[in-house]
Design a protein around this ligand. Structure first.
Ligand code: HEM
Length: 294
């Protein structure tokens, strides 16, 4: 098609134009040269929930509100000081995962589920200093954040006729927006009590994201949107990456053994401090470059 129509084409999907760049130069033109005007994100119809989208960080255009959120995230929530102050929690949560896996020695374990859960607990502590996942073999997490987030992502990814004919958006013929909204309302209920409690008993110094947002006079809708957008993008991405690294290492027993003997012994010998971000960076880099090289 590119031979006939050139390196940049427009494909009409229903009433929606979709731009296709088929050469590196054309992609560069869009992603680099004209990045500023092309950087908006298409918001899936199922995610256009009235009480959420207005306050969204992920789906926002480059507005003043988006700039404010980015500034707060950079200077307060994920500032070096805050990351350092919370480092012991990350270490503790990884320790809990290791302990749980150790207790399952010789048994088959669905690693993704527990890695995902560990990440949710790390994020739960960043967000409001609380765990949101329990290590259990039964249905203890059935109505928890993990399932609700997964379901929302699945619903959002489902083909939706309204994407191609936006005039149908309000009709929500497939009920996808309604289903997504229902999950969002359930997810908000999970932290409602914690937010109300904190409003009554404020910490003097900001210790987590909730403290920072309350100190900046954020309302409930803004808080809910940002919590969802920390748990959502923060868990699936990292757990998929860890799963991929683990599967690469399992496929390469030699590399696994090397990492195990060299890096883990080093950690056990307590030369590793969780606050030593430089060491942690080196460890990540080494594992990534090894898995990539296979
Ligand atoms: C391996 C892990 C991760 C990967 C691969 C990943 C990937 C991405 C990518 C590709 C984007 C879009 C960037 C852009 O359009 O310029 C993004 C945005 C975002 N990510 Fe991640 N991410 C990861 C981890 C996380 C974590 C841990 C969090 C939260 C704690 C997070 C929160 C976000 C948010 C809020 C945005 C939207 C930012 C904005 O639009 O201003 N991500 N991520």
């Amino acid at each position: 098609m590119a031979h006939t129509h050139g390196p940049i084409m427009i494909l009409w999907l229903g009433t929606q134009p979709t731009v296709i760049a088929s050469t590196a130069e054309a992609a560069m033109e869009i992603l680099k040269t004209n990045d500023r005007i092309c950087s908006g994100r298409h918001i899936r119809m199922s995610f256009r929930l009235k009480h959420h989208i207005k306050y969204s960080l992920v789906w926002s255009d480059c507005t003043d509100y988006w700039k404010l959120l980015r500034k707060i995230a950079r200077t307060e929530i994920f500032s070096p000081k805050m990351l350092l102050a919370q480092s012991h929690v990350r270490e503790q949560k990884v320790g809990e995962l290791v302990e749980y896996l150790r207790s399952k020695e010789g048994q088959v374990v669905k690693l993704t589920q527990f890695v995902f859960g560990t990440l949710l607990n790390i994020l739960g502590n960043v967000v409001f200093s609380r765990d949101v996942f329990v290590y259990t073999d039964d249905d203890g997490n059935k109505d928890g954040i993990q399932n609700l987030i997964r379901e929302m992502l699945m619903i959002g990814a489902e083909p939706n006729i309204a994407e191609f004919y936006p005039i149908l958006e309000e009709l929500d013929l497939q009920g996808l927006k309604r289903k997504c909204d229902e999950r969002f309302l359930r997810v908000m209920k999970l932290w409602k009590g914690t937010v109300n409690e904190r409003k009554e008993n404020r910490n003097e110094e900001s210790k987590d994201m909730l403290d920072v947002l309350l100190a900046n006079d954020f309302n409930d809708a803004q808080i809910n949107a940002l919590f969802l957008e920390t748990f959502g993008p923060g868990s699936e991405t990292s757990s998929a990456t860890i799963e991929w690294v683990m599967s690469e290492l399992i496929k390469n027993p030699k590399e696994m053994a090397k990492n195990h003997n060299f890096e883990l012994n080093k950690i056990q010998a307590s030369s590793f401090k969780s606050s030593d971000s430089n060491y942690s960076y080196k460890l990540d880099k080494q594992i990534f470059s090894k898995t990539r090289a296979q």
